[in-house]
Design a protein around this ligand. Structure first.
Ligand code: PEP
Ligand code: MN
Length: 345
């Protein structure tokens, strides 16, 4: 439920109400707005002495939260959440571009990738060190060595990094190197991992599961928020359908809907969403048009030699061209690129 405080409620009154709710066993989430403060209270309302809360000084009304995703939904928090990762903002009026290879393969590759994506206007470097591969015989990632290389490459060009954490046991280690923790599509239903990254102070990029409904995806984000981490970035990366010509079916309607249902920023990954580099530019521009707050793009210095997902990776020239187009589409829709205008290749 939401306790709506009066416009003229004092800070002390708000704090008393919050304390009372805690004493009653609720988890509280106060949101101090410019006009008004609201206090989200999550817990069992059955049998709770709500009248007593309603009669406390400063309380205007109590409103139930109808949706199952209480913290993620817009009922409790109407304004868009903007997540700051060093000097990069994700959400609101910004369009953040995350780019880099599927996997960190070696030092030369990741340093080159970092220089390329940064010089062409990306805001955040991506690169997997723990890869969730379908086959146990496929390249699995360089693990901690990969994390080190990723961090060093990013430091050289001064850009934050996002990388996937596959297992609860690795959250601490990955957090030492990453600015954003990625939970991959295959782990979206891994509730222990969601809770573990929820205890971290790093933002979490949460990919939609391969066969997850929108509600399941939002409830996965709710796990992270319920564990204490409000910095969640949702990522639409395509879902499995009967279609076989593309790796996945990129669900851009879901992006438009989730932007209505949730205050969290939503980024779109057209690389995994289509599996085909030739389709990435069109879907990237489409993503901006439907309201995405950012893009996650696989870019490799030489996709033909990639150890992972080369067929969906853009080469530097393709990425440069796309960044120019992205900057125009974003501008037309009133979104600002975070790292300034794309520079020509
Ligand atoms: C990735 O981004 O490298 C990745 C494995 O993506 P997904 O979890 O969406 O398949
Ligand atoms: Mn990939």
């Amino acid at each position: 439920m939401i306790i709506v405080m009066r416009n003229d409620a004092t800070m002390e009154q708000c704090q008393r109400v919050e304390q009372r709710l805690k004493d009653m066993g609720f988890k509280t989430h106060p949101i101090y707005g410019e006009q008004q403060t609201v206090i989200g209270a999550i817990g069992d309302t059955k049998g709770a002495a709500l009248d007593a809360v309603l009669n406390m000084p400063g309380v205007e009304k109590i409103v139930p939260i109808m949706k199952p995703y209480k913290l993620v939904g817009r009922e409790l928090k109407r304004d868009d959440t903007v997540i700051k990762v060093r000097d990069v903002s994700i959400g609101g009026e910004h369009l953040a571009v995350i780019a880099g290879p599927c996997a960190v393969e070696n030092e030369d590759q990741i340093f080159e990738a970092a220089r390329i994506v940064k010089s062409l206007g990306a805001d955040i470097l991506r690169g997997g060190a723990y890869k969730p591969r379908t086959s146990p015989y496929a390249f699995q990632g360089l693990e901690e060595l990969g994390l080190k290389m990723l961090r060093e490459a990013a430091s050289e060009v001064d850009i934050p990094v996002v990388t996937e954490v596959l297992d609860t046991r690795d959250v601490e280690l990955v957090s030492e190197y990453a600015d954003i923790l990625q939970v991959g599509a295959r782990n979206m239903h891994n509730f222990r991992l969601l809770r573990e990254v929820g205890r971290s102070d790093k933002p979490v990029l949460l990919k939609r599961g391969l066969a997850a409904t929108i509600e399941e995806w939002l409830l996965a984000a709710e796990y992270v928020m319920d564990a204490g981490n409000s910095q969640v970035i949702l990522c639409e990366r395509g879902i499995r359908t009967y279609e076989t010509m593309m790796r996945n079916t990129l669900d851009l309607a879901a992006v438009a809907l989730v932007k209505q249902l949730s205050h969290l920023p939503v980024v779109v990954d057209p690389s995994h969403g289509t599996g085909l580099s030739a389709l990435v530019p069109a879907m990237a521009k489409g993503a901006i048009a439907v309201g995405a707050d950012g893009l996650m793009l696989e870019v490799h210095p030489d996709p033909s030699r990639a150890l992972c997902d080369g067929q969906e990776s853009l080469d530097p020239v393709q990425f440069g061209i796309l960044m120019d187009e992205v900057s125009k589409v974003a501008g037309a829709l009133g979104k600002r690129l975070v790292n300034g205008k794309a520079k020509p290749a």
